[in-house]
Design a protein around this ligand. Structure first.
Ligand code: 13P
Length: 257
């Protein structure tokens, strides 16, 4: 089973819409055009940048995919400050990050909310990137798999095999995010493998073999090749290194070998 890798740049709360346009233009210019036959690349800017990025991608027919970092699960209503999945669909957003550890820790996003968002995103024809990951304390207590697999089971509850096969899971150990510390390739592979095997138990071989599992946490150009070379790692969710088009372009190129 060959899975097309997905590299996603999660810009978090960085780069305004002017900076976003420059960054996307430069990134696309730096990447060889045929690389997109081997790899998908999504850009997840802040909400206020998405329309500008989408217009640029559409008007210049760029091969990059538009992504978002978050959304609500309802189509409309009294949810001040929130953004509905249907709004993102109208902006040609293809991938939406769900349950990022920063949303869970800082903004109180629960497994139940993540589950509702996954359903809403798929209902609007977009692909959720479902995040999971353990804290350092959980890792040191030997609870990594319990935590991560519990988050994944909760996120996928109620989804059909067909719906699970097309989504993306991102394993992001919290202690590796923005710290410069990366899980070793063996450790990252081992958790990504455990996720796939749990999905196999919950579904079937075809679903588990189709699922794309990303690794995230201080991925840079210098460590991308080793991480991406692991059999159960099908891409990366990249924070800091995705803000610099030179570094991100190198990271993407090293990811395809
Ligand atoms: P860094 O790549 O900056 O560690 O961030 C990872 C991340 O949280 C991406 O979603």
């Amino acid at each position: 089973m060959t899975r097309k890798p997905l590299i996603s740049g999660n810009w978090k709360m960085n780069l305004n819409h002017f900076e976003a346009i420059q960054t996307v233009q430069k990134l696309h210019y730096l990447l060889p055009k045929d690389i997109f036959e081997q790899i998908d690349v999504s850009i997840h800017p802040p909400f206020t940048d998405i329309r500008s990025v989408q217009t640029l991608i559409d008007s210049e027919d760029l091969d990059l995919r538009v992504g978002a970092q978050h959304c609500h699960w309802e189509d409309s209503g009294a949810f001040t400050g929130e953004v509905a999945p249907v709004f993102l669909e109208k902006l040609n957003v293809e991938y939406v990050v769900v349950g990022h550890s920063e949303r869970r820790e800082i903004f109180g996003e629960t497994d139940e909310m993540v589950n509702k968002k996954v359903a809403a995103i798929q209902q609007h024809g977009m692909t959720p990137i479902v995040c999971c990951g353990e804290t350092l304390a959980e890792r040191e207590a030997g609870e990594t798999e319990t935590k991560v697999l519990g988050q994944i089971e909760a996120a996928l509850a109620g989804r059909s095999n067909e719906q699970i096969a097309v989504l993306v899971v991102a394993y992001e150990p919290i202690w590796a995010i923005g710290t410069g510390q990366t899980a070793t390739a063996d450790d990252a592979q081992s958790v990504c493998h455990a996720i796939r095997e749990r999905v196999r138990d919950l579904t079937d071989d075809a679903t588990a073999d189709a699922l794309r599992v990303q690794y995230g946490g201080s991925v840079k150009a210098g460590n991308a090749a080793e991480l991406m070379g692991q059999p159960d790692i099908d891409g990366a969710l990249v924070g800091g290194a995705s803000l610099d088009p030179d570094e991100f372009a190198r990271l993407i190129q090293f990811s395809v070998g």
